[in-house]
Write a protein that binds this ligand. Structure first.
Ligand SMILES: CC(=O)SCCNC(=O)CCNC(=O)[C@H](O)C(C)(C)COP(=O)(O)OP(=O)(O)OC[C@H]1O[C@@H](n2cnc3c(N)ncnc32)[C@H](O)[C@@H]1OP(=O)(O)O
Ligand SMILES: O=C([O-])CC(=O)C(=O)O
Length: 371
């Protein structure tokens, strides 16, 4: 038995949900470029869960179901106030809140297909409310109740800021949610599948996935990108900053990918949005610094930007706290996690690979008094 580090190149399952072939990303056969231009996030949720785009009636029904399920139990909102709130990372709060949501769902352990779809709606609908409520409570503000007439992207920004977002802001958030929705067998999705392949419940799968997304080598990179851009501070400092990092063998956050070689097809959409939004906010430096960082790094190493790189300046331009960037990723990716959880249940087998043992050979046990 020989181990493959990080399971690189190992095909661990079949899936009909998303594919990455020759650096092209598709959701159920539709190119991500077409979906980003033409669809709404709600259409993507439907596509990922039902493997077909919805017709008008199906979409309206899904939107209604999401709107009807956005409220979260008051006990969870109240529990946020008991956290050591100034120290808690919002991803840790979200991980705990989603786990707690399961305690309040009477169907949490009901495994029938229809019950799983109902839980899917509840989880997808409540995640934005949880993130926004936590963000407001830690700022000493009251949470804003969801508005049943708003779509998911608009409602999220509305609950976060307490005022109706502009159409440009809604469009940017909706596109970002589409671009982050699913990505084949990334680490958090694999985590979710491993968890539910024991026939554990959907809340456990999503809680586990949030834990995996939190790390800076995965979803947590977007927050680190903004930290880096802030540290760089101005275009003229970017070259020295990046060369120093490389000399110290440090990773540059938001670059590189296990699967893409030529580049992440999602990055160009976020780049475009970053340029547009930073101009609108009168802070073009965030886009300009990003461009300089990319220029310097790619002149030294073949490492194109990934989805996390330009999303940082996009979210910053939407006036979102930097430690909420990864929770936003989770608000989107929960749609993909759920799709994969449903797919795993449909054709389940326990996921249990082997380890190549590298410890000592057979040893003779010594009693405690002889050690
Ligand atoms: C949504 C997402 O999860 S997208 C990814 C988000 N993560 C990041 O942006 C974090 C920065 N990037 C990385 O750490 C990596 O590129 C990963 C983890 C995303 C993919 O990594 P892998 O394909 O497994 O590459 P691995 O980490 O093994 O690195 C291979 C080599 O490339 C280098 N490398 C990879 N990424 C970077 C980077 N961002 N900056 C500098 N060097 C890098 C490594 O240092 C290593 O060099 P070495 O062979 O000289 O030691
Ligand atoms: O696929 C991966 O390894 C990481 C990634 O880009 C994602 O999850 O969107």
């Amino acid at each position: 038995m020989t181990a493959t580090r990080g399971l690189e190149g190992i095909v661990a399952t079949t899936s009909s949900i998303s594919s990455i072939i020759d650096d092209t990303l598709t959701y159920v056969g539709y190119n991500i470029d077409d979906l980003t231009k033409n669809a709404s996030f709600e259409e993507i949720i439907y596509l990922l869960w039902h493997l077909e785009l919805p017709n008008k009636q199906q979409l309206d029904e899904l939107k209604q179901q999401l709107a009807d399920n956005m409220e979260v139990p008051q006990e969870i909102i109240d529990s946020f106030k008991t956290y050591p709130i100034e120290k808690v990372h919002p991803m840790a709060a979200l991980r705990t809140a989603v786990s707690t949501l399961g305690l309040f769902d009477e169907e949490a352990d009901v495994m029938e297909k229809e019950a799983n779809f109902r839980k899917a709606i509840r989880l997808q609908a409540k995640m934005p409310t949880l993130v926004a409520a936590f963000a407001r409570i830690r700022n000493g503000e009251e949470p804003v109740a969801p508005n049943k007439n708003f779509g998911l992207a608009k409602n999220f920004l509305y609950m976060l800021n307490g005022e109706e977002p502009s159409s440009i802001e809604i469009e940017a958030m909706d596109k970002a949610l589409i671009l982050h929705a699913d990505h084949e067998l990334n680490a958090s999705t694999f985590t979710a599948r491993v968890c539910v392949a024991t026939l554990s419940d959907m809340y456990s799968g999503v809680t586990a996935a949030i834990g995996a997304l939190k790390g800076p080598l995965h979803g947590g990179a977007n927050e680190q990108v903004m930290k880096m851009l802030t540290e760089v501070g101005s275009v003229d400092k970017a070259e020295e900053y990046i060369l120093n990092k490389l000399a110290n063998k440090e990773k540059i956050m938001g670059f590189g990918h296990r699967v893409y070689r030529k580049g992440d097809p999602r990055a160009k959409h976020l780049r475009e949005m970053s340029q547009k939004l930073t101009e609108i906010t009168g802070e073009p430096q965030w886009y300009e610094i990003s461009e300089k960082v990319r220029e310097v790094l790619t002149s030294k190493k073949p490492l194109p930007p990934n989805v996390d790189f330009y999303s940082a300046s996009v979210y910053h331009s939407l006036n979102i706290d930097h430690d909420l960037f990864t929770p936003i990723f989770a608000v989107s990716r929960v749609s993909g996690w759920i799709a994969h959880i449903l797919e795993q249940y449909e054709n389940n087998r326990l996921i249990r690979p082997r380890a190549e043992y590298t410890g000592p050979g057979m040893r003779t046990f010594k009693p405690l008094e002889d050690r």
